[in-house]
Design a protein around this ligand. Structure first.
Ligand SMILES: Cc1cc2nc3c(=O)[nH]c(=O)nc-3n(C[C@H](O)[C@H](O)[C@H](O)COP(=O)(O)O)c2cc1C
Length: 362
């Protein structure tokens, strides 16, 4: 792989990504992740900076009809959306153009989100086989086109985007046809996760196939997604695959500062180092605080177990920590496990000026 810390000298920073009127700069996006990318997580990402566009978890358009009868209240998946800083994308799923158009209009006009994103990539059975939505729709590019067109018409100028996989299965790789329908229907951007749905998360993301999708459309920008596990990889993918932007999901659960590192690399600067383990512990506690403020300590503690596990991913002693933290049920237990079992390194003292997370409140 090219070493981007030396390669930056010969590269100008990439052009910002334009999603309709929304300028995504740098063109590095935080991916939607159901159950994870709620307000608390987005706030942590935002405090580090570097992500050009943040995204919510996906919401079910059908259950978002709920909004209709509960004016003034928001389901948990829309926590924060009304008031938090922009740009912000909200993603939704369904297979019914009218449902999606109705909810899309509401997101655009009442919530004033920056981008309305449509999910055509979810591989989970409840969404595919049971609701004929998400990646199920990749077998019917015309229907994808119809959905996009209806939502674009409903969203009052707010840009509509689509997120797809390469197809349903290896024998049903429809991404290029879908991309062309999405473009014709007036979407403002397309994100491609370089796997077919049948793979779930196995195998490797196929960046050649992502590049082929990019080449198959002429007007809309394409964002590539899959297996970006470092700031260096993000920069390499952006520079070598021809895409207009890159999106990061799983790695950013463990390292929400990855966007700030990628942004620095793209500017030609040395990326800030990972926070020390002591700093990482403070970040987890800050995240916990945000979660508890919304859900209370009982529910917040249970919810935080999976986030804490993600943060520990790849750290020394992570296995032991994860085993313990995934069993806590009270705030006291959570804080105790954080204090005694969150990975520590004897050499983890940060030198002054080397802290990557000074903007985070303790
Ligand atoms: C826990 C989890 C939840 C996800 N939820 C969504 C979602 O709600 N909408 C979506 O479009 N993709 C979702 N994805 C897929 C990611 O956005 C992304 O496409 C995928 O993880 C590949 O990127 P990565 O290799 O950087 O993780 C989810 C992925 C994970 C791991």
């Amino acid at each position: 792989m090219t070493d981007p810390t030396t390669a930056h000298a010969t590269h100008a920073p990439p052009a910002p990504l334009h999603i309709g009127p929304v300028v995504v700069d740098p063109p590095v996006l935080q991916a939607p992740m159901a159950g994870y990318t709620n307000y608390a997580y987005r706030q942590v990402v935002r405090e580090f900076g570097g992500a050009g566009l943040l995204a919510t978890e996906m919401i079910a358009a059908r259950s978002a009809q709920w909004l209709e009868t509960h004016r003034g209240e928001h389901p948990d998946r829309l926590w924060g959306v009304h008031d938090e800083p922009r740009p912000l994308a909200v993603q939704m799923w369904d297979n019914d153009p009218d449902n999606l158009a109705q909810v899309g209009r509401r997101l655009a006009t009442e919530f004033r989100v920056s981008v309305v994103d449509l999910n055509f990539g979810c591989p989970v059975r409840q969404v595919t086989e049971k609701a004929h939505s998400g990646s199920w729709l990749l077998r019917d590019p015309d229907r994808v086109g119809t959905i996009v067109r209806r939502v674009v018409e409903a969203c009052d100028g707010v840009p509509v985007t689509a997120k797809i996989r390469l197809g349903c299965a290896d024998n049903c790789r429809t991404a290029i046809e879908v991309a062309q329908r999405v473009e014709e229907a007036g979407a403002s951007c397309l994100t491609v996760h370089g796997r077919v749905a049948a793979q779930f998360f196995t195998g490797e993301a196929d960046w050649e196939a992502i590049a082929a999708v990019k080449r198959s459309v002429s007007r809309i920008p394409v964002v590539g997604n899959g297996d970006i596990d470092s700031a260096e990889t993000a920069v390499m993918r952006l520079r070598t695959s021809g895409v207009d932007g890159v999106m990061i999901a799983r790695e950013a659960l463990a390292r929400p500062w990855i966007f700030a590192q990628a942004a620095a690399l793209l500017r030609g600067e040395t990326p800030p180092p990972d926070p020390t383990l002591d700093e990482q512990r403070e970040i987890v506690l800050h995240h916990y605080d945000l979660v508890c403020r919304r859900f209370g300590v009982d529910q917040g503690t249970l919810l935080m177990r999976k986030f804490a596990c993600s943060y520990a991913q790849g750290l020394p002693g992570a296995r032991d920590f994860r085993g313990r933290v995934s069993r806590v049920t009270t705030q006291e237990e959570f804080l105790d496990v954080m204090r005694t079992n969150f990975p520590r390194s004897p050499n983890a003292q940060a030198s002054p000026g080397q802290r990557a997370c000074t903007s985070l409140p303790a």
